[in-house]
Design a protein around this ligand. Sequence first.
Ligand code: PSV
Ligand code: MN
Length: 406
Amino acid sequence: MADRDYILFEERQKDRGIDLEVVKAKLKALNVETPSWGYAHQGTRFKVFQPAGVPRDTYEKFEDAAQVHRFTGVCPKVAVHIPWDKVDDYGKLKRHAADLGIGIGAVNPNLFQDEEYMLGSVCHSDPRIRRKATDHLLECVEIARTVGSKDLSLWIADGTNYPGQADIRKRKRWMYECLQEMYNALDPDMRMLIEYKFYEPAFYHTDLADWGMSFNLANRLGPQAEVLVDTGHHPQGTNIEHIVAYLLDERKLGGFHFNSRKYGDDDLIVGSVNPYELFLIFYQILDAAADADAGVRRNAAGIAYMIDQSHNIEPKIPAMIRSVMNVQTNYAKALLIDLDEVRRAQEAQDVLAAEHAVRQAFEMDVTPLLQVVREEMGIPADPMQAYLQSGYADRIRARGQGGGGS
Ligand code: PSV
Ligand code: MN
């Protein structure tokens, strides 16, 4: 049945002038990094539920992440968060990952969980706290060097809860000074990916509240600093794909933290609420990948795709597999957009034809395409079913309840 479906799909795409071999090659080349903290007990400021089988340490987080790669074939890297993933020997962790067929991805410093960061880290008015925060950033650069990671993802939780609580301009300068010290410690092939979030944990003002602030900071720091777009970090109704297009045109889009946000949390499965948004993000990226400007094309090619989710009520490994599959599905649909058709409609000022040319790709069923791609990659056509039938969930139950958390 899948074969027949694929033949029909292939015929339709041929009629549309879409080269399916190119589409398949791009799908096979997609890499989605998963977060170590997505396998652990975390993910909410309310109750953290305690199912059995959750990893007791970082080594077990990598074992679970390896399952996601085994069944999807597109998740060879795992992001780490320091000190949640602090180990005595990072070389050993690197070897453990390699034995599992995966590697260590972005290194995330943690500037929000120390008692002393209550009133800020790199924006704290006390130079001793800023020093401590900067030393941690430098420690993370060193860890990245040891494990061979090229990306450092930075999320700064600093902010205030009340007007007048602190000097906003001074905090801005302090942050720049600390980050500049970190930037200067980077190897030439390393990148600093700067995230933003408009609220939480601070509620009156956040020191790095939106993409414009991250963009400004990245510009001032230099070419190795880029912006990281966490899809859950915007006010409701924000046009994220516009931000993506803008940053691509400025050659400053570093990566994504994919997740879905409905109201106040950013830890839900990407594509579960608004798959069209995810599709439109990929549309902008693919359009930039075909730009006449080589710098824009290079930026589009260098994007780090990462998931940033901590599942609290859903089993963590299948939730991660679902997330990866949602990313693949929407990327596959975006690859079916006939960009020439869109451009012709734009040039003819035909608003409805242009909108149709984009939307029609979203409305196509890419299931047969993804099944064929997976078969060609030597992985199960249905990763979710294959994982659920693998018995892994039963085996890890022996780890017991409680996990190692973070
Ligand atoms: C903050 O909400 C965030 O998106 C940052 O990326 C953190 O590193 C991550 O979630 C885990 O808390
Ligand atoms: Mn994030």
